[in-house]
Design a protein around this ligand. Structure first.
Ligand SMILES: [Mn+2]
Length: 424
């Protein structure tokens, strides 16, 4: 299924007058509005191939129907999202779930939907059917060099796949760790992992980056070998200039100050990429901004401040990606909501009065500092985000149009009710 331009135009016309009124008011309140809109138009968030189907939990999975059965259908789904919001112009693949058979055909299909290939994701957290050695006790950390080599070779293969598609980054998330005290020698596990990462690093093409993602716990519940930003930064620093830390919002212990982590990683030039989601308890993988929108804003506030301090381009300086999983929502509707929440937080962060905040901080005026941040956070920026989307050719109300066009019903009638997205 493809959404046609005339369908978007017809939808936009209906709310044009009301939107103009709301936007004109927002513009009259914000002197920087044109500058903000030009940044929003450039800002793209990559959609992970595994978020297009129902993720389920370890207790069960309830398919919503019409899930993509192949890499081609995943690209088609992200094409639909991008057509609606014009902010989802990239796809992040997972190997071996998304191995292309015909690279040229996949590349031209992605180009047809105006999508580029974002970071490639390797998988050494589960065993594949044709796999010789098991990752039950870890992959890059494993006590057996044979297992480590198998995991290294897999990562190098993922780089090769990414090169063929035009990607320029590899994300390594490891489930490696231990479930019980005494199971692992921490130092040896770290050294094995570092040596393995060094071999993968050596295989990176010139312009490539490797992102080392950390996670506090799960699936291992005693120790994780890349368990926090300190450990990730240690690996990234030892590896070299192409290695960076990747922050996944759901991968921290409760109440961690993620915005401070982001700020310091940026200061060190070692923040590489971002996985957006939201959570109440752990790695809940919920819709971005659905639980803690103020936290999302505070993170973007540090991102904007830190990237500007380094003269980084907001759109291309870091890898922006959603990492979520859904059990009760239509995955495509959920992704539209996540992208919207991210754009809103980014816009609010762009509206923070930086000069006034600097002065207030310098004067230890704590009350004024809070007023400045919350003034931006409490600004209704939805009309500004919508204006950027409309100027890019997107829909006024993406979720509403998705429903009006009966996209899910259409996908179900094309693909069937009982489809399971590859990899899930
Ligand atoms: Mn992640």
């Amino acid at each position: 299924m493809e959404i046609e331009k005339y369908q978007i135009d017809a939808h936009n016309e209906k709310s044009e007058a009301a939107h103009k009124q709301r936007f004109n008011f927002a513009a009259s309140e914000n002197a920087k509005v044109e500058e903000v809109i030009s940044k929003l138009i450039k800002f793209q968030i990559a959609i992970p191939s595994w978020a297009l189907g129902t993720g389920g939990t370890r207790f069960g999975r309830f398919s919503g129907g019409g899930e993509p059965r192949s890499l081609e259908e995943k690209i088609e789904d992200i094409g639909l999202l991008h057509k609606l919001n014009q902010s989802s112009g990239a796809i992040s693949l997972h190997i071996p779930w998304d191995i292309p058979t015909d690279y040229d055909a996949i590349k031209s299909l992605a180009a047809h939907h105006n999508l580029r290939f974002d970071a490639m994701n390797s998988n050494t957290f589960q065993d594949q059917a044709d796999q010789k050695l098991s990752y039950k006790f870890g992959s890059l950390q494993h006590v057996d060099k044979g297992v480590r080599q198998q995991a290294i070779d897999h990562n190098i293969e993922v780089i090769r796949q990414g090169v063929a598609l035009g990607s320029d980054a590899l994300t390594v998330w490891l489930a490696d760790g231990s479930c019980f005290p005494g199971q692992l020698n921490f130092r040896k596990a770290f050294q094995n992992t570092l040596e393995s990462l060094e071999e993968i690093y050596a295989a990176l093409p010139e312009a490539w980056k490797v992102f080392v993602e950390y996670k506090a716990f799960e699936p291992n519940f005693y120790s994780t070998t890349v368990g926090d930003w300190g450990q990730s930064l240690l690996y990234a620093s030892k590896l070299g200039p192409k290695a960076f830390t990747l922050v996944d919002l759901g991968h921290h212990l409760p109440n961690a100050n993620i915005e401070q982590i982001v700020s310091l990683l940026l200061m060190e030039g070692k923040l590489g990429g971002f996985h957006f989601n939201d959570s109440k308890y752990g790695d809940d993988d919920l819709t971005a901004g659905s639980m803690k929108p103020y936290q999302l804003f505070l993170i973007f506030n540090e991102l904007v401040e830190g990237m500007d301090a380094k003269g980084m381009d907001h759109a291309t300086g870091l890898g922006w990606m959603i990492d979520a999983s859904h059990n009760v929502k239509d995955p495509l509707e959920d992704l539209l909501q996540s992208v919207e929440a991210i754009m809103i937080s980014y816009t609010q962060a762009l509206l923070v009065d930086r000069e006034a905040l600097k002065t207030a901080q310098q004067e230890n005026d704590v009350v004024r500092c809070q007023e400045i941040l919350q003034d931006a956070f409490r600004t209704d920026v939805r009309a500004i985000v919508q204006e950027a989307r409309l100027r890019s050719g997107g829909a006024a109300q993406p979720v509403q149009l998705y429903r009006e066009l009966k996209v899910r019903e259409n996908l179900i009638s094309n693909r069937g009710l009982k489809t399971v997205a590859t990899g899930l």
